[in-house]
Design a binder for this molecule. Structure first.
Ligand code: BGC
Length: 465
């Protein structure tokens, strides 16, 4: 009996250690020994690409939103570039649908531009509804399943002028917009994303101040993050209770950008990266996992991250909020994953010697996608990789990026994670926010020419769909 238990114990220890010896457990994998063709995907897997209406249609097509106003001011966008018509998705969506087909994809994630639908409070634009209905019909006719995002960083300028998500009482305007859209389009769309990347919206708009409203005030940012998460919960509950709500799949899109110390044991690096990761990633995730929101804003940190422009008398302030129902307010989780940031106290962003750097610039880190998927599996809902892609003007790293990140997804599925789709960011080169037009993320150019590197995705889909 004793020997039998010992044997079982040894077997158990062996399993644990051999599991951890597997490359999947390690922070970094040895890509020289990995065969990225060794992948498997379920038959009904969603292979898609993702865009955002404003990024792909530009200020000319969407003139009344916060970004259209923001980009006019000097110094906000790299080299003061303008989005213009961007790649004119608004008028050329038929070309884009053809492109999606040519690439072999079966799904398309795009955002509905609130400022087009509701140009003024209480005013609904029939033409905009008609436009989106036609676009959805064309997608479905082409056999492409749509996934709709309701807030992707932009909203009407009138909403921004009222204080946007800084004010709790404004949440109801967003909920009303979502309800209106859902009532009109629910029979054409199965998958709905409420809000894209609340953490990034706050970090860029309220900590770094490089997105509108351009504030550097994490105390206010913590309120905004709380309100965005509350808005998600309110939208979820409302849509679920409406006609078509029960069959609709409604989720939120989380960007899992972790900041890590370059020198593991350096106290300054650990403290600063812990703080930034909390704002960008952890605070929102913790709320989704536990229903508890806690965010300590430290103005001193804002100073280090780019200069304090909004005076605040508080030395640090903690915002707490709790909603025990929050962990039940998503049918799936959308994961946007690109990379991690290694931070060194003397060099800022730092890279490992073998890192392949994208144009943004951050390192290729597919291992991080695997680790994040396994972490998000604790949410116990299906996971969709709602964004992953590379800015690569020379198109000399895109193929490797696609093959390695898709491999990481396949490994996660093999290890039991419930991943249902992968959406490459993005379809055509578009307007990359404060980076302007310089970043080339597209599977195709703005003239709809498919890049060689994108062939990797098409080949994978043909072999595995
Ligand atoms: C955003 C996109 C952006 C992409 C690439 C994501 O954080 O959702 O709008 O273009 O990253 O930087």
């Amino acid at each position: 009996m004793v020997f039998r238990s010992m044997r079982l114990l040894l077997l158990f220890l062996f399993c644990i250690t051999s599991l951890c010896a597997d490359h999947a457990c390690k922070r970094y994998w040895d890509w020289n020994t990995i065969n990225t063709r060794d992948i498997q995907f379920p038959k009904n897997f969603r292979w898609g690409t993702a865009i955002c209406e404003y990024q792909n249609s530009g200020a000319v097509n969407c003139p009344d939103n916060n970004w259209a106003v923001w980009e006019q001011e000097q110094g906000h966008i790299k080299h003061d570039q303008k989005s213009g018509i961007s790649c004119d998705h608004w008028n050329r969506y038929h070309d884009d649908i053809k492109l999606i087909k040519d690439l072999g994809l079966n799904s398309f994630r795009f955002s509905i531009e609130w400022s087009k639908i509701q140009p003024e409070p209480g005013v609904w634009c029939d033409d905009a509804f008609k436009h989106y209905k036609e676009e959805l019909d064309a997608l479905v006719k082409a056999g492409i399943s749509p996934m709709v995002t309701l807030h992707h960083f932009t909203h009407p300028q009138w909403f921004e002028a009222m204080g946007g998500f800084e004010k709790e009482e404004n949440i109801s305007y967003f909920v009303r917009f979502c309800e209106k859209i859902f009532d009109v389009l629910h029979d054409k769309v199965d998958f709905w994303c409420t809000i894209n990347e609340p953490g990034i919206y706050v970090f860029q708009g309220y900590t770094r101040g490089v997105f509108p409203p351009g504030k550097r005030d994490s105390v206010l940012g913590s309120q905004v993050l709380k309100n965005l998460l509350r808005a998600h919960v309110a939208v979820y509950k409302s849509l679920k209770s409406r006609k078509g709500g029960q069959k609709a799949q409604i989720g939120i899109v989380h960007q899992h950008l972790m900041f890590k110390p370059y020198h593991e044991d350096n106290y300054i690096e650990r403290t600063l990266t812990g703080y930034i990761s909390h704002i960008v990633t952890e605070a929102a995730l913790e709320f989704l996992m536990t229903g508890k929101f806690s965010f300590t804003a430290v103005p001193m940190m804002d100073l280090m991250l780019g200069g304090l422009t909004v005076p605040t008398c508080a030395l640090s302030k903690t915002v707490v909020y709790e909603d025990s129902e929050a962990p039940k307010t998503f049918d799936f989780i959308g994961l946007n994953y690109y990379s991690h940031v290694l931070f060194s106290w003397y060099a800022g962003s730092a890279y490992r010697p073998d890192d392949v750097i994208t144009d943004m610039p951050y390192a290729m880190y597919p291992e991080g996608l695997y680790h994040t998927i396994t972490r998000l599996s604790q949410l116990n809902v299906p996971i969709f990789i709602t964004e992953n892609g590379i800015a690569d003007a020379l198109d000399d790293r895109r193929q490797t990026w696609i093959e390695r990140y898709v491999y990481a997804v396949s490994q996660a599925i093999k290890d039991g994670c419930d991943v249902r789709g992968y959406y490459y960011w993005t379809l055509t080169d578009n307007f990359e926010w404060d980076e302007g037009r310089t970043m080339k993320f597209g599977l195709a150019t703005k003239d709809r020419l498919i890049r060689d590197g994108s062939g990797a995705l098409t080949r994978i889909i043909r072999a595995h769909a």
